[in-house]
Write a protein that binds this ligand. Sequence first.
Ligand code: ZN
Length: 521
Amino acid sequence: MRLMPRASLVRWMLGGALATALSGCAGHAHVTRNEEAPVARAVVASSLDEQIAVAAPPGTRSLGACDPASDVSRFVVAHLNDMQARYGEIVGGRSRYAYVAGYLRALKDENPSTLVLDAGDDYEKGSVAELRSMGESTRRMIQALPIDARTIGNHDFAYGAEAVQRDVTWSAHPVLAANVHRDGAADTSPFVPFVRIDVGCVRVGITGLVTTNYGSNDLPSREPFDGVYQQDDRYAQVLADVVRDHRAEVDVMISLDHLGFWQDVELAGRVPGVDLFVGGHSEDLVTVPYGIQRRDGSRAWVVQAGHYARTLGRADFAWSHHDHALTLERYAIVNVDETLPVAEDVEALAREVERDAAPDARNPIATLDAALPAGKMADLVWRAVEARWGADAMLLGRDVFWDGLPRGPLTLERLYDSVFVQREPAGTSGFSSLVVVSLSGADLAALRARLIPGPLFAFYAPDTLDPARTYRLVIEKRALENPAMAMYGAPFPLRGRWGGELIDVLEVYARARTARGLSLD
Ligand SMILES: [Zn+2]
């Protein structure tokens, strides 16, 4: 006879009572006390007599101390997601990560039964030091945080298969991905599908699910990450398999997902046996845990804590050993700011990784006489590619800029904030990187004739083109590889040489302008 997992069994029995306590709560906090009916308590008590203690399997980690005399065990889940290498962001003179580490360490000191979970996308966009070190500076910063388990995010594949392998195999904490496997060699996959961590007296199981790769068109893609990491998008099936294999050995099951908030909500409704979904990817700041009541009476919460290490989530749980019920007693979003404790060693490390990879990231490299709005950034790139490559023409999306530039001195890091890189597909250059193409005036005229009118792309070229002359076109990688995004039918395949990321071209241009005593704008 196949034994029903303990917690599922209890939930099934308690279903009626819980349904009464929690009905109509979707979208609101389920910060409820146990309200089981006396009859349910009696049924549970009789079922507990049949339980057999399960020894912790090898490799199980433990946090905090277990007091076996206590009926109720309290523990904390602190969670982060989509930090995206924002250690370069300075708050009150210190890196954001110094406060993240300071807060989490203080929390663990105060309550050793604290589990710190990271739902992925630690890499990309946030720091020019990361780009210059091909991810290594971010790998070091992640390891400085007191993380107990992490799920890999789509951006965390940015720097290629070897960087992923290094990140995961050198990690002090397990890196989860139940739905990602290395091509052709399942046993060499660096990810673990499941980990058990005993938090005080509570046996917590954690699995992780990862969203798809993205293509050079910045849209979801079925291509494997870095050419080798195959992703399975049958999330409910994969999660149900983990529940089937491991539910019986844990009290609480957590899915640490990098799928997006609404995907988690859907999964929470479809897959019983998971108590908590700690999410990322959609970068939602969910101030009140989203409660799910399943048809079978069991329930789950979905949480996600914003992005960029600006906020983190803290959930205080109570686990009742007698009735096997999990209660979310409190939930709070914590703002990462100067009021939090500081980890000075993490602050020092943030300086060190920047010094190693981008030593002058904080020094002004240019000055602007007037602020440059985001809508004028393509014009700036055009001037830069004219100066750098003697470009005759340029095709570039207006949507690849995150911001304009402020008036006054401009640092490399601030310039990067406006043009940061998304390496898509993972393991290749950014989709907004630039390619230099040589083509005839006739071909350039044909290309211009086919451009889709509209605000998405900026196109620069001489008014009159000599059909016989050779021109130099600078084109973003996205439009080069996906011409249908920019033009009606590709007139001919474009081929060229890769020129660099936007930041590379703009940095050279900014320094050259400064050397000549000129403003950047
Ligand atoms: Zn993501």
